[in-house]
Design a protein around this ligand. Structure first.
Ligand code: PMV
Length: 346
């Protein structure tokens, strides 16, 4: 029997977000995005070639046991396994076991880390080990564009193409993310306020699909290139006030687009507003803390590592905040032979 490989990949928090696709089926974004890879919030996936099996076996660790994956989760993984086998020109069935290192029921999106870890583990199990740009591009094809950014540590940009180039592109052409600076360059904290741990009702895929129906979508696309320049300048100068003001503006605008799409998408909950107010009052008190939200109600607060305990304490004191996770800038995925270190128990 083949030994198999485990891959660990972390989630990432977008500082300038991907929202809307020119070609959603081939995961071609309307705008470039830029993210920070996290550390604690990670997924681990074990993959082993199972040449004697009749079909794939896909298991998810629920904190106590490995159980067969079900529904939409199973469908998206099974589809990606077929896609990877097609690309690698190989028919071998696979045994897959996956888990999230995120605190249970945190309501945090795991598709970026999950698909990046799955892609890395499967590529090794099928003898076509992928890393760097190759891993990024293969992970992107899973349908979760943000997975392309989890292939690198630190700060990562996923480019877009001008509309006319995108329209003429070969839909199979690569579009990998590009690392800008590693995690040592500028370690920052991401203090995450969980205000609702339930799975979101409207997926980011639906969000991308509806984005262009918002009257604010074009205005956002016109502004994103300037915002990316500001984020890059902020990274070059390690200027947290410039980075923070820009990332907060971009997050609010994504939600403005979502709320004004047809039909509208309201990801915010009362706790989201409470956390945003808390961040503003932290700033008024002299702490450089800045908020961003993905396609969900939970609030990521980017700040200096030395301010993270104060930020976490302030967020914890808010009634609607269920829990707080303190994460930070993290590194690239890693792959090693065998089962996850420490077994399956978290
Ligand atoms: O990668 P997807 O399809 O799950 O979309 C990601 C959407 C956001 O998280 C809201 C933004 C981003 O760039 O990560």
């Amino acid at each position: 029997m083949q030994e198999g490989f485990t891959a660990r990949a972390a989630a990432n928090i977008a500082l300038v977000k991907y929202w809307g696709a020119t070609d959603l089926a081939h995961v071609i974004p309307c705008n470039a995005s830029l993210s920070m890879t996290l550390d604690e919030c990670a997924s681990e996936c074990f993959a082993r070639a199972a040449p004697d099996a009749l079909s794939d076996e896909i298991l998810l660790y629920n904190g106590e046991a490995l159980l067969p994956a079900e529904g939409e989760f199973h469908r998206r993984i099974a589809e990606h396994l077929d896609r990877l086998r097609d690309i690698f020109d190989c028919m071998t069935p696979l045994y897959i076991a996956t888990r999230n290192r995120f605190p249970a029921a945190a309501g945090l999106a795991s598709s970026a880390s999950g698909f990046c870890a799955l892609t890395a583990a499967v590529s090794h199990a099928l003898g076509k080990p992928a890393a760097g740009a190759n891993l990024s591009d293969l992970a992107r094809r899973s349908g979760s564009g943000s997975a392309s950014r989890s292939a690198f540590g630190g700060y990562v940009r996923w480019p877009a193409e001008d509309a006319d180039i995108a329209a003429a592109r070969d839909s199979d052409a690569a579009l990998p993310a590009v690392p800008i600076a590693d995690e040592e360059y500028w370690p920052l904290a991401d203090v995450i306020a969980i205000v609702d741990a339930n799975p979101k009702k409207i997926s980011s895929l639906d969000g991308h699909r509806r984005a262009a129906s918002s009257p604010h979508f074009r205005a956002r696309l016109a502004e994103v290139p300037n915002r990316l320049l500001r984020v890059e300048a902020a990274l070059a100068a390690r200027d947290l006030d410039l980075l923070g003001a820009t990332l907060e503006e971009d997050a609010i605008e994504l939600h403005l687009v979502a709320m004004s799409s047809q039909p509208p998408i309201h990801y915010w909950r009362p706790g989201t507003i409470a956390a945003l107010e808390c961040v503003r009052s932290l700033r008024a008190g002299g702490i450089s803390a800045w908020a961003t939200m993905d396609a969900g109600p939970n609030v990521h607060v980017i700040c200096r590592p030395e301010d993270a305990p104060t930020v976490a304490e302030s967020l914890r004191a808010l009634d609607p905040v269920r829990r707080v996770i303190e994460d930070k800038t993290g590194g690239a995925p890693c792959v090693y032979p065998g089962f996850p270190e420490g077994g399956w128990v978290i």
